[in-house]
Ligand binder design. Structure first.
Ligand code: TYM
Length: 345
C-alpha cells in the first residue's frame, strides 16, 4: 500500500527490553533470537534497554544499574554485534522522553485506557498506579518513531502496543499535515517463539514476574537447573505425546513444550511430533532438556563473561548511545519544526 501519504524512508528495526528481573526463554525466543536473525539478515537495527519503562512501577533503585547491564549482556551474548547494530540504554538518549511528551498530546485517553496490559498491571487499583504506567505504550511509540523505525520484532503480548504506535504515527501525520512523516511500524511477531507459556500453567505466558521460578527457564540458569525445570514441567493426564498437530488441541502444556522444542531446534511442530509422537514424556523431556541446554549454555556462558566486565559493557553502551543520539537528532529537528517550536533549528 504505497500512495503519496505513505512513509518512503529506509527500512529500520527497533526493539526494547525492560531491565526488570531475570530474562527468560520467552524473552529469548520472542525477542532476542529474532533480533539476531534480523541483524544477520542485514537489517539496520537499534536494540534498547528500556529503563524509563522499568520505573513506571515500583522497583529497587540499587538494582537498576546491574539489571540494565544484564539486559545489555544478554543482547551481546545472544549475538547482537555493536558494530552491526546499535545497542544502548533508553534514558541516555533524550529524544525518547521529548517525543513521548509530544505523543502524549497526540494520543487520545480512550486509546491508552483500552490497553489490556495497563488493565492487567493496574488491576482494580487504576487510581493509584503511576500516570507513567498509563503512558507506557506512548513512550514505546516514541522509542520506535524517534528513529522512524519501520519494523518491530516483539512477542505476541506487544501486539496491542504496536497497534497504538501505528495509530499515533498516523494521527501525528494527519494532525500536523505531514503526510508520510512517520512510518506506521509493523510488528514482527510470527514464528514459533512468539508466545512461550509458563512451564507450570500452559494458559499463562512465561513471565519475569511469576512468583514461581519453576515456571520459567532463565537465561542465567545452569544446565542442571534447566533439566530439572523441564523434568518438573506440567504436562497432563491425557497420555503420551500426540501423533500429530491436531492432537495438541486442548493440551496447552504439551503444545508449549513442543513449540519450545521446535523454536530451539528450528523445526515445525509437525517435525517434532514426527519424531516424538506416541512416545512418553520420559523420552521427550530429556531430549527437550538436551536441546535447551545445547542452545542456551553458550549464551549463558557469554552472558556471565560480559557481566564479569561491567566496564566493557558501559563502554559499549556509551558508544551505542552516541550512535542512537546521532540517528534520532535529525528526526527530532524535523519534529520540532513541524510542531512550530521556535528553536527547531
Ligand atoms: P518486555 O521487557 O516485557 O519483554 C521483552 C520482549 O520479550 C517478549 N516476551 C515474550 N515473547 C514470547 N513469549 C513470552 N512468554 C514472552 N514474554 C516476553 C516481549 O513481547 C518483548 O518483545 N514493552 C516492551 C518493551 C519495549 C519495546 C519498546 C518493545 C519498550 N519500548 C519499543 C518494542 C519496541 C516490554 O515490556 O518488553
Amino acid at each position: 500500500m504505497t500512495d503519496k501519504t505513505s512513509y518512503r524512508g529506509p527500512a529500520r528495526v527497533f526493539s526494547g527490553i525492560q531491565p526488570t528481573g531475570n530474562l527468560h526463554l520467552g524473552n529469548y525466543l520472542g525477542a532476542l533470537k529474532k533480533f539476531v536473525d534480523l541483524q544477520e539478515g542485514g537489517w539496520d537495527g537499534l536494540y534498547c534497554v528500556v529503563d524509563l519503562h522499568a520505573i513506571t512501577q515500583p522497583y529497587e533503585v540499587s538494582d537498576l544499574p546491574e539489571q540494565t547491564r544484564q539486559i545489555a549482556a544478554a543482547m551481546l551474548a545472544s549475538g547482537l554485534s555493536p558494530e552491526k547494530s546499535t545497542i544502548f540504554v533508553q534514558s541516555s538518549v533524550p529524544a525518547h522522553v521529548e517525543l513521548a511528551w509530544i505523543f502524549n498530546c497526540v494520543a487520545r485517553m480512550g486509546w491508552v485506557e483500552k490497553m489490556t496490559q495497563f488493565k492487567d498491571k493496574g488491576g482494580e487499583n487504576s487510581e493509584r498506579v503511576s500516570l507513567g504506567l498509563l503512558a507506557y505504550p506512548v513512550l514505546q511509540a516514541a522509542d520506535i518513531l524517534a528513529y522512524r523505525a519501520t519494523h518491530v520484532p516483539v512477542g505476541e503480548d506487544q501486539k496491542q502496543h504496536l497497534e497504538l504506535s501505528r495509530n499515533i504515527a498516523s494521527r501525528f501525520n494527519q494532525q500536523f499535515d505531514a503526510p508520510g512523516f512517520f512510518p506506521e511500524p509493523e510488528a514482527l511477531i510470527k514464528g514459533p517463539g512468539a508466545r512461550i507459556m509458563s512451564l507450570k500453567d500452559g494458559t499463562k505466558k512465561m513471565s519475569k514476574s511469576d512468583p514461581s521460578d519453576l515456571s520459567r527457564i532463565n537465561l542465567i540458569d545452569d544446565a542442571d537447573t534447566i533439566a530439572r525445570k523441564i523434568k518438573k514441567a506440567k504436562t497432563d493426564l491425557l497420555g503420551d505425546m500426540p501423533v500429530d498437530v491436531a492432537g495438541l488441541e486442548g493440551r496447552p502444556e504439551v503444545e508449549n513444550l513442543v513449540s519450545i522444542f521446535g523454536a530451539l531446534s528450528g523445526q515445525t511442530a509437525e517435525q517434532v511430533l514426527d519424531e516424538f509422537g506416541g512416545k512418553g514424556f520420559g523420552a521427550f523431556k530429556p531430549a527437550l532438556a538436551d536441546v535447551a541446554v545445547a542452545h542456551l549454555a553458550p549464551i549463558t556462558e557469554a552472558m556471565r563473561r560480559y557481566m564479569a566486565d561491567p566496564g566493557e559493557i558501559d563502554r559499549l553502551l556509551a558508544a551505542g548511545a552516541n550512535k542512537a543520539q546521532a540517528a534520532s537528532e535529525p528526526v527530532m529537528k524535523e519534529v520540532r519544526k513541524i510542531l512550530g517550536f521556535w528553536h527547531a533549528g
